[in-house]
Design a binder for this molecule. Structure first.
Ligand SMILES: [Zn+2]
Length: 289
C-alpha cells in the first residue's frame, strides 16, 4: 500500500470518527419529550410507566402519588432496600408458606424491654427502631409493654381454634388470623399493652397512635376499616414496616397499611426490576426470593 493510499484511508477514518462523535453528541444533547424522561434517578421509569403502575389504586392515593412523584419514589428507593421478605403481604387471602419461620428471630429478654413472657422473640430487623421507640416513650413518661410478638404457625393454630370454640367461626375470623395468615408469624408484628378494647384511650395507646410511625410501626387494623382489612379495630396491633414505608403509608396511602401492602404485593416487583442501584439485593416484598 502506498503512503498516499494509507494517508487517504487514515483521513477517511478520522472523518468517520468525527462524524460518529458528532451524531452521538447530538443524540445526548437532543431533549427528550417529558413523557420519556426518567422521573427519578433511582428508577428507570418515565411518567407514563408510573401512571400505569398506580392506575388501579384508589383515586385519592393515585392522585397524591402523581402530584408529588419525587418524594414517593425517593421513599420507594429506601423501601426496596429493606431486608428480604420484610414487607410480604400476609392477610386473609395471602398465607405464608406452610411452617414458615423467620431466620433472624432474637430473644426479647436480651433487651431493655418490658415483656410479659420470657420466651418472646422478634425479627432482629425490628430491634433498633423498637429500642429507639421504647426510649422515646420513656422520655414522655411511658413504658411500652409487650403482650405478644412472634407466633409460630402451630401456636397461631391453638389460638385460632380456641377462639372458634369460644365465639364461633364467624366471630373468631374477625379477631384472629387462621394459621399461616398471621402477621405475627412473620416476626414483625407486636401487640402492645392489653390485647382488648380496654387498651383504647390509654396513655400508651394514644402515644403509639401519634408516634409509632416515626419509628417504622404501622397500625394494621385501624378503626372503621374492617371492610378493607378483614379484621375489627385492634388499637394494640402494630406491624413493623421500617421508617420509609411507614412514612410512605402516612403520606400517600391515607394511613391504611392494607392498601400499601397490597400495592407492594402487586407492583413492588416492578420497582425491583427498574431500580438503577443495588440490583442484586433480594426483594423485601416476597419471602420466596
Ligand atoms: Zn396482634
Amino acid at each position: 500500500m502506498s503512503i498516499i493510499t494509507r494517508y487517504v484511508i487514515n483521513v477517511n477514518i478520522f472523518i468517520i470518527l468525527c462524524l460518529c462523535e458528532q451524531v452521538a453528541g447530538n443524540a445526548q444533547k437532543a431533549p427528550l419529550p417529558d413523557d420519556h424522561k426518567s422521573v427519578h434517578n433511582a428508577f428507570s421509569l418515565n411518567k407514563k410507566d408510573l401512571e400505569n403502575i398506580v392506575a388501579e389504586l384508589p383515586a385519592e392515593i393515585r392522585d397524591r402519588i402523581l402530584l408529588s412523584p419525587d418524594r414517593f419514589l425517593s421513599l420507594m428507593a429506601n423501601v426496596i432496600n429493606e431486608p428480604a421478605g420484610m414487607l410480604t403481604l400476609v392477610d386473609k387471602k395471602h398465607r405464608l408458606p406452610s411452617g414458615y419461620e423467620p431466620s433472624d428471630l432474637v430473644s426479647m429478654k436480651d433487651y431493655p424491654l418490658k415483656i410479659s413472657q420470657q420466651y418472646f422473640k422478634i425479627s432482629s430487623a425490628v430491634i433498633p427502631d423498637l429500642l429507639e421507640m421504647a426510649q422515646a416513650a420513656r422520655k414522655d413518661g411511658i413504658e411500652l409493654t409487650f403482650a405478644s410478638t412472634y407466633r409460630s404457625e402451630s401456636f397461631q393454630r391453638t389460638l385460632y381454634e380456641r377462639n372458634v370454640k369460644r365465639r364461633g367461626r364467624k366471630e373468631a375470623d374477625r379477631v384472629s388470623a387462621q394459621p399461616g395468615h398471621s402477621q405475627h408469624q412473620l416476626g414483625v408484628a407486636v401487640d402492645f399493652g392489653s390485647v382488648n378494647d380496654s387498651f383504647t384511650g390509654t396513655k400508651m395507646e394514644r402515644w403509639l397512635n401519634s408516634n409509632a410511625w416515626k419509628y417504622g410501626f404501622s397500625l394494621s387494623y385501624p378503626k372503621g376499616r374492617e371492610d378493607i382489612t378483614g379484621y375489627r379495630y385492634e388499637s394494640w396491633h402494630y406491624r413493623y414496616t421500617g421508617k420509609p414505608a411507614a412514612e410512605l403509608e402516612r403520606a400517600y396511602f391515607g394511613g391504611v397499611q392494607q392498601f400499601m401492602m397490597e400495592f407492594f404485593h402487586s407492583k413492588g416487583s416492578i420497582f425491583i426490576a427498574k431500580r438503577t442501584r443495588d440490583k442484586s439485593k433480594p426483594s423485601p416484598f416476597s419471602i420466596k426470593n
